[in-house]
Design a protein around this ligand. Structure first.
Ligand code: 9PG
Length: 592
């Protein structure tokens, strides 16, 4: 199997266009655009796009298209989801389907992929990087990696589809999301690399790609291994100040550095500096109480969302992005998420802040500064894909990636360099270089698996909280740890009461977190934890520290069977090896 350059294609408001990709370097004219492609070592291709006209041009995407030649079908691909919770694993071309062909709720598609529009039937996508492996057993199904060398300027989407003649093609697409290029404006695009070296397996190719891309983008990988406590997976929205304080009081000899309060303290989504009735104290008093126990105070926010009835939305309606109907009509604030328990005056729909508005960026910078001043140097930024959604943004010269990144950068300016920023619900490629830690999977939950009848919206099941799904993403994205940031696999749940997770599945999840080397935050009412739970945590932290240290000096944790099964079953790191049955949650941990 090999890749053969075929053509360049573009989608602008003038319509689609295509030009042959003959040799390198090449300059091609695509309607109002000119695309120049050069060769390199890493990345293999560097390229740029220019508006050659004297008027603004709206650009949806530009892509280099390759033929996938001599591939023995079925072809499998590593399918990397868009943001933290997007399902990530292995898909089989011709068998599996893109989630957008099932779901029919446009803003929710942004939970899966960069482009929220539906793909053509049969097409599959992976974000930022993919690995293809064909069924040729003689060639041992040599894996070929195709990846972008960054993602903070625009998304990079790999699309696999069939051409008119029945051949397989791969489009490496710079997704610009209807950005408006001014007259004569040109932009550099993220380079594309192809790694088809023989004798190198998929996990090693992903590790070296992530190492190189992380290095080029100033990945923040210096923070120490994180151990802590988080309120979410026991108390959820019902957390109270007294529950927080009683856990703090019990935390005495637990090895927590961070003590993080999650969703449920705020007076409204968007009004992060004021607490609700369940929290009689102000934020600075809560931080002081945590610090007095010798822990690092941590706090959850969803800084790019606002409830319609929040102070921020009612005092600054012009800070909200706009929803545009198909004919371009403005139909109100852009809905960025839906979560009924948040209330907010619009049946649980939240508005998205317009991160292209300089006043919003100033607000985010002030927010970061205020939270650090209130005593929270550890901040979890959640639902942060919200600015990537299609809509009306005050500056149309921002791509979706630039909108998300501008919000993060503004917040980081406010917190300063020393704060630990944890991304969550974050498009992975947008936040490389600004976050210290990043959630790389779905939410865990006090259960292993979900029944299909529990799907909230069609096509959405695998994004919903379930420990089984978090397991799959943690293994499939293990190679990012200490390359892009510290991986946050999501919280440990050690309790055996008030949970539907069997003790065996809870141990499997704990061992997955351990062998991934990722962050280890416990999310139980500490009153429910016995000596067995404590020794499981001690084991997780001991293995996790060893794996984490080894990932800093040598190879990242590896999924050794990444392209074998739909959900990988093996995770190896620093001599530890975990074998899991994802269907049941049973596992065996092999020691060095
Ligand atoms: C707080 C939570 C926790 C959690 C975050 C995020 O797809 N969903 O419906 C969905 C709902 C909630 C969610 C993720 C996905 O959880 O990941 O750790 O902070 O918000 O509300």
């Amino acid at each position: 199997m090999r890749l053969e350059p075929l053509w360049i294609e573009a989608a602008t408001d003038d319509g689609p266009s295509r030009a042959p990709l003959t040799g390198i370097p090449v300059t091609a004219v695509l309607g109002p655009l000119e695309v120049r492609v050069d060769g390199g070592s890493f990345p293999t291709f560097t390229w740029s796009v220019a508006n050659t006209t004297d008027r603004p041009v709206r650009v949806r995407s530009v892509a280099l298209v390759f033929g996938v030649v001599d591939a023995a079908e079925p072809l499998r691909l590593f399918r990397n989801g868009y943001q933290s919770w997007s399902p990530t694993g292995v898909a089989t071309f011709g068998v599996d389907v893109d989630p957008s062909t099932i779901a029919n709720f446009e803003f929710l598609q942004s939970a899966h992929h960069a482009d929220q529009r539906r793909v053509a039937d049969g097409e599959l996508r992976s974000e930022m990087v993919t690995v293809l492996r064909d069924a040729d057993v003689r060639g041992e199904g040599q894996p070929v990696l195709i990846g972008f060398d960054g993602g903070d300027q625009h998304d990079g989407t790999l699309r696999i589809r069939r051409d008119d003649a029945g051949g397989i093609v791969l489009a490496a697409e710079a997704f610009l999301g209807d950005v408006v290029l001014a007259a004569s404006e040109s932009r550099l695009l993220h380079g594309i690399t192809i790694d088809d070296e023989s004798g190198v397996d998929a996990a090693s190719k992903l590790d070296r790609w992530a190492s190189e891309v992380g290095r080029r983008h100033g990945a923040r990988v210096a923070a120490p291994y994180q151990v802590g406590w988080c309120s979410w997976y026991h108390y959820f929205h019902d957390v109270t100040e007294s529950a927080l304080r009683s856990n703090l009081a019990r935390s005495g000899d637990w090895p927590f550095e961070v003590f993080q309060l999650d969703d449920g303290y705020q007076s409204a989504i968007g009004d992060w500096l004021t607490t609700n009735d369940k929290f009689p104290s102000e934020l600075d008093e809560i931080a002081a109480a945590i610090a007095a126990e010798g822990r690092t105070p941590g706090l959850w926010i969803a800084p790019f969302l606002a409830a319609p009835d929040s102070r921020v939305a009612t005092e600054h309606p012009e800070w909200m992005a706009r929803h545009l109907a198909a004919d371009g009509r403005d139909t109100g604030p852009l809905r960025g998420w839906w979560n009924e328990p948040w209330g907010g005056g619009d049946s649980g729909f939240m508005s998205s802040l317009d991160t292209t508005n300089p006043q919003v960026l100033e607000h985010l910078e002030d927010l970061g500064r205020s939270l650090v001043e209130a005593g929270f140097p550890y901040l979890k930024l959640d639902f942060t894909f919200a600015p990537s959604i299609d809509g009306g943004w005050s500056d149309p010269g921002f791509t979706p990636a630039q909108r998300v990144r501008a919000g993060y950068d503004a917040f980081r300016r406010g917190t300063g360099d020393d704060a630990f920023i944890l991304g969550c619900g974050a498009p992975l490629s947008h936040v490389l270089g600004v976050v210290d830690g990043n959630r790389i999977g779905q939410d865990v939950a006090p259960l292993w698996e979900l029944d299909a009848s529990e799907e909230v919206v069609a096509g959405y099941l695998r994004v919903q909280p379930a420990t089984q799904y978090a397991y799959g993403n943690t293994v499939a994205r293990s190679f990012l740890h200490r390359r892009f940031w510290l991986n946050d696999p999501d919280c440990l749940m050690l309790r055996t009461a008030e949970t539907d997770l069997s003790p065996e599945a809870a141990r499997t999840w704990a061992h997955t977190v351990a062998v991934s080397g990722g962050m280890a935050l416990v999310s139980d009412d500490l009153a429910l934890l016995d000596a067995d739970a404590r020794s499981l945590l001690d084991e997780v932290v001991a293995i996790g520290r060893e794996v984490d240290a080894s990932a800093m000096r040598g190879p990242a944790p590896r999924s050794t069977d990444l392209l074998e099964h739909a959900v990988p079953q093996h995770l190896d790191a620093a001599g530890w090896s975990l074998t899991v049955d994802p269907a049941t949650g049973s596992s065996i941990l092999g020691r060095p």
